[in-house]
Design a protein around this ligand. Structure first.
Ligand code: ADE
Ligand code: ZN
Length: 322
């Protein structure tokens, strides 16, 4: 049981955090047939490509500012009940645009959801605007410009998700430069379904302080050493990795090896209902499968707060809760 351990999450996609019950009610609200998307209580997908498609289909059912306010509020409330004190959610204006919602309304709704959850449950939250790798690089520049204009005080970071088997971070360097120059924190997905070369590619071209997943860095010892030396933080999502068959079992997962090598690791849920997990479950996995003690779990929360894209006053207040 890890309920008593304060938790912080750096890597959860808001569209991927919608439970099937909520997605079903959104589908009813908009009269959309989701037979292909949800079977019983499960999202239907069987590999990384079909997972990304299911994610896109679920995202298309959130269409108004209030839809997003409720989604963010309910997600943050759910993890507050599991002991979370802080959460950064990845958000995607491209997905909102495709669903017919302006980026401004999207961000305002999400910010309102954070405000409500904080007021009612004391959990703090921030928004990381992401571009999507399998959409085009020009769209990423538009998203970066939107983020750089600081559309909401809760927007503090910029990142990229999507299919990392496509292209190079070099294609997105300009977008990341725009975001970095505006003072946003930088993170990006790499080393999840692609190998260690994708992590080097990310480090070389977009200079992130954190990497989403990054677990496949383990295949290159000199890269692991580099991550340890430079203090780049990995946003590790063990349940997601096993669900997507990046690793067959938790025994094969490199969480412990990376941590033992001195790499900064954090615990995250990625897209919890898609992978039948939750932030609380991920902390439990790290304790039960990787053997971390309560104090060591608390250390990973501390690492997450130290790496959070948040102002120093808020960081100090959050750290004081540990
Ligand atoms: N978007 C949502 N979840 C993702 C993941 N696990 N990898 C890449 N892009 C994503
Ligand atoms: Zn992710």
């Amino acid at each position: 049981m890890t309920a008593h351990i304060p938790k912080a999450e750096l890597h959860c996609h808001i569209e991927g955090a919608a439970p099937t019950v909520l997605v079903r009610s959104q589908a009813d609200k908009y009269g959309v047939d989701i037979e292909h998307l949800i079977d019983g209580a499960r999202f239907v997908w069987n590999d990384f490509t079909s997972f990304l498609s299911a994610y896109d289909a679920a995202a298309a059912l959130f269409r108004t500012e209030e839809d997003y306010a409720l989604l963010a509020q309910s997600y943050l409330e759910s993890i507050a009940a599991q002991g979370a004190i802080y959460s950064e959610v990845f958000i995607s204006p491209d997905h909102a645009r495709i669903a017919g919602l302006s980026p401004e309304a999207y961000v305002n709704g999400l910010g309102e959801g954070i405000r409500r959850a904080r007021e009612q449950h004391g959990i703090e939250g921030r928004l990381i605007i992401t571009c999507v790798r399998h959409f085009d690089a020009d769209a990423a520049i538009d998203v970066a410009r939107f983020a750089a204009a600081r559309p909401h005080p809760m927007v503090t970071g910029f990142g990229m998700g999507g299919d990392e088997r496509i292209g190079s971070h070099a294609d997105f360097a300009r977008a990341f430069d725009i975001a970095r120059d505006a003072g946003l924190g930088i993170t990006t997905h790499a080393g999840e379904v692609a190998g260690p070369e994708s992590v080097r590619d990310a480090l070389d071209h977009v200079r992130p302080s954190r990497i989403g997943h990054g677990v496949r860095a383990i295949e290159d010892p000199s890269l692991v050493e580099h991550l340890a030396d430079t203090g780049v933080v990995l946003e590790i999502c063990p349940g997601s990795n096993v669900s997507l068959s990046v690793y067959e079992t938790f025994t094969d997962h490199p969480f412990t090896a990376l941590r033992d090598a001195g790499v900064k690791v954090t615990i995250n849920s990625d897209d919890p209902p898609f992978f039948d997990t939750s932030l609380g479950d991920e902390y439990a996995i790290v304790q039960n499968e990787f053997g971390l003690s309560d104090d060591e779990l608390l250390d990973t929360t501390r690492t997450a707060l130290e790496a959070a894209f948040v102002d120093e006053d808020t960081r100090a207040q959050l750290l004081a809760k540990l």
